[in-house]
Each structure stands twice: as C-alpha cells, then as structure tokens.
Write a protein that binds this ligand. Structure first.
Ligand SMILES: [Zn+2]
Length: 323
C-alpha cells in the first residue's frame, strides 16, 4: 500500500506507542475516547523486534494511523532513528517508519517522547489552556519540550527543547550526549541515585546488595534526613537556575513537570521556587504545574499527533502553584 504523506492528518482512530527502556506503553484512541491501553516489556533484541511488536499491537486493533514516541533523536525527515541511547540494539539509521508502514499498511509518525508528553499535556493535561509552556520530564535522564503560541516545537530530527542538556555544572560529569555537566548529570534519576549511593557509602550505611534509587533519596529527605535534604537542595538550585535561564530566554512563565522521578521535584520545589523568584521582574509570576496525565502521557501524545482527533475535557486538573 502507498501511504500518503504531507497532506492533512487522518481523522480516525489512532494507536499511540511510547517505547521506553523497560516497557512499551500503548494507547488506542478513537474520537475523544481511550478505547484501550496496555503495557508490555520492551524487546531486548533491537529495533526490528520492537517494530514487529508494534505491528502486532496495531494488527489487533482498528486504527487508521500510528504514532510512535522514542527516547532519543530522529533523522531530519523524522522517518528513521539516529541516537536512541537507552534502548538495546543498534538504532542508528533504522528506518522505523518505513518498516512499520510496510508491516501495517498504516501511516506512521515518529516523534521524541518528551515532545509526545508535551503534546498530550498541552491538549488534555495540566497545560491545557496555556499557549507558552516549558515541559520537563524527570526519569533516568531529563527530557524537555517547548510550546510557543500553542504549538509544541519540533524542528528537523525533533530536537527542540532538550533542557536536560543545558549546562548546569561547567566541566562537571560527562553526559551521554558528549558534553559535560548537563542538567541531566546533576538532576536526572541516575545522578540522584549515584549521589545517594555515595552519601550512604560515606556513612557506612549503604546496602551492599543493591544501589540506592532516586526513590530512596526522596524517602530519606521526606523523613527528615539532613544529608538527603542537602543533596536535593543543591540539585534543586541547579534545576531552578537552568529553568530560570531558559524561561528568561523564551519569555515563558509556565512549567509542567512530569516523569517517574517527578516526586523528587516535589521535595525540591521550595528551593526551585526561590531560585525562580529572582526572575519575576523579567518574566512575571511563575506557574509550576504537576503533569496531569500520568504514565500514558507519551503514548497519548503520539496518538494525538498521528491523527486529528477531537479532545475531551479532563475531569480534574492538578493543583497549581503560583510563585
Ligand atoms: Zn548532555
């Protein structure tokens, strides 16, 4: 089948797929409703196996288009993958869109997972009704996206908005992107786990059977552990500094924070707010919002981006915090 590209998006039901290092999450949307959704382990055998898995999911459902969110970058024409650091196998130059279109006979749209998250939060989640928003996803690393005038910016290769790779610590730890001291090396989940593992080892109380996790650090800080609080305060200062710089540059005063490590942001929030208060004369009051759509936001954004769908109003919106 020949798949038409470049015209208006199809309007029918869509499958949105979010490929993570551990799990593949999918959402089947039709009209403004979620028909079904699910999660399965990401195949470790590489991109061909991942494509076969997505095709299997699509074959079992009635959809007119497929959107796929990936944790990395794409070729300038958004048809192939380039750098996908946290997935097993060789993804460099893999023609994922063509492979899936041959297997399913459906048009396929590829996008970065942070931009998919932002698309969903902008249409249906916390950012609904806002036009200019900075998005930050806290997971193993840190993803980001920017919406201006109500549109999530993408650009060639879907590379716009990588706040995790803004320098937070000049000359700091090496980052997966090739630079040093990126925000991700200071405040990403992997960095938080390493900071807490070192702190526990230095006081001789680490668990030799496993490394500490970001959740361990957050739990310790919440229970009043002074060292854990100091660690998260220092990290929060870096997060607030980077957020403030990017917001000043873009004239954005609204931030949406999500991702599996977002609970750490809740603990950091007072220090982040302090760092952003100094920006008030330039960008006005800052609004920090918790993401509203949960772990299926990326898959939802991929589905919404693959077709033109009516949007349903969310039943509740998360609490606002205005500084
Ligand atoms: Zn980096």
């Amino acid at each position: 089948m020949v798949v038409t590209r470049g015209g208006p998006r199809p309007e029918g039901p869509a499958l949105g797929v979010d490929i993570g290092g551990t799990n593949i999450k999918w959402v089947h949307r039709a009209g403004a409703a979620v028909v079904a959704r699910g999660m399965l382990p990401t195949p470790a055998a590489g991109p061909a196996q991942v494509a076969a898995t997505i095709a299997e999911i699509a074959d079992a459902r009635t959809v007119e288009a497929i959107g796929v969110a990936l944790p990395g970058h794409l070729s300038p024409d958004l048809r192939s993958t380039t750098t996908i650091p946290n997935l097993d196998g060789d993804w460099q130059g893999f023609p994922l869109a063509d492979t899936l279109e041959r297997a399913t006979a459906k048009p396929v749209l590829l996008m970065n997972d942070a931009r998919a998250f932002a698309s969903a939060e902008l249409a249906l989640g916390s950012a609904r009704g806002h036009t200019d928003v900075l998005f930050m996803t806290m997971g193993t690393g840190i993803g980001g996206a920017i919406a201006l005038d109500g549109t999530v910016l993408r650009g060639p290769g879907d590379r716009i908005g990588e706040i995790g790779h803004v320098t937070a610590e000049p000359g700091g730890h090496p980052c997966g992107c090739g630079a040093r001291g990126c925000l991700e090396t200071v405040a990403g989940g992997r960095a938080l786990a390493a900071l807490w593992t070192r702190a526990l080892a230095s006081r001789g109380s680490g668990n030799q059977d496993r490394s500490a996790t970001p959740e361990d650090l957050v739990r310790a800080a919440r229970s009043g552990d002074t060292t854990a609080r100091e660690i998260l305060d220092a990290v929060a200062l870096a997060v607030g500094t980077v957020l403030g710089s990017v917001m000043a540059q873009l004239g954005i005063s609204t931030v949406v924070v999500g991702g599996g490590v977002a609970p750490a942001f809740d603990v950091m929030r007072p220090t982040v707010e302090l760092a952003l208060r100094d920006r008030r004369p330039l960008i006005g009051p800052v609004t920090l919002l918790a993401a509203g759509l949960g772990p299926y936001a990326g898959a939802t954004g991929a589905a919404l981006s693959a077709t033109a769908q009516p949007l349903a109003a969310p039943s509740t919106l998360p609490q606002l915090s205005v500084i």
